[in-house]
Design a protein around this ligand. Sequence first.
Ligand code: ADP
Ligand code: MG
Length: 332
Amino acid sequence: MAEAPFLQAISVTKTYGGAEASGVKNISLDIEPGKITAIIGQSGSGKSTLLKLLYGLMSPDAGTVNFKGERIWGPEEKLIPGHDAMKMVTQHTNDLNLFARVWDNVSAMLPSTNVRFKEEKTEEILTQLNMMQLAKQRVADLSGGEKQRVAIARAIITRPEVLLLDEPFNQVDTSFREGLQHDIRQIVKETGLTVVMVSHDPAEVLSMADKLLVLKDGEIIESGHPKSLYQNPLNLYTAELLTNCNVLNADEAKFCGMQTHNDHIVVYPEWIRINKVLKTSRWKIKQVLFKGFYEDLILENGDIVLRIVNDDSGKYNEGDMVSLNIKKWLEY
Ligand code: ADP
Ligand code: MG
């Protein structure tokens, strides 16, 4: 007999107060074990609703969510909401004891019956999440990012099979975020933990996820590996979620030398190169935005504005007139 799917939603619908344009509609998905699945979508597209349905914090109006072949019970049926094999961390997770040390906050999740095991596990998880140096600090004295690390440590130490993350890194500053993302990937690799995360940060989902699900108005409009979705999104919506792309209408595209029968074309900033700098060229460099090892250049030609990436920092000046070579574009 074939093994039951790991975590699966079948035609799941949930609308709030009967309002058609809320919640999620007819969602079917399969979450692969031991992988990171990211759900992306604009604010209000239904990401948090979907995550709550997967966890059992909410019951669907129609359809079912199954974990290893068994239907997930909703809050009406279960005393402590949320499936026992799963843990969820959001940016609002605030069950930390602010006046206790990091170590005690994390170890408190395990039973005291085996003190040695409890100590070993606590040390293991704090090491995996790079927090041993914080072990003795009071949670109240930590930064927002460090507190989120403690929340994640508390969620993982009980070895859930699924970790659900609802934009938990939102208040975490960028440098801190990357470290945490890397550590979570490492834990997934080492332990086979399954992660379902919600995010609207393209950098985060592209670098972390094994699979992306794109939600729009409560429906999954496409899914796939981050690389293929990035390179060939089926929808303009997806391109705009994943990149800071240039979107032109057909007339504007024609003006730039791209013919299309569709309504829109999309050009990613890295698909445009500067050919040459000549006084007679048509594009004017309006702005040079320094980004460290590269620059964003904002170019203008009449009413049309294009953003491009230039990895040869310092080469161009504001006011330069340049001509462009557009290597690739997408049509929608
Ligand atoms: P996201 O997490 O992608 O921002 P949500 O799942 O929170 O989206 O919400 C999806 C839609 O459902 C939104 O239009 C939102 O306003 C609506 N919604 C969410 N929660 C409730 C609720 N408790 N009552 C009524 N409408 C809600
Ligand atoms: Mg949300």
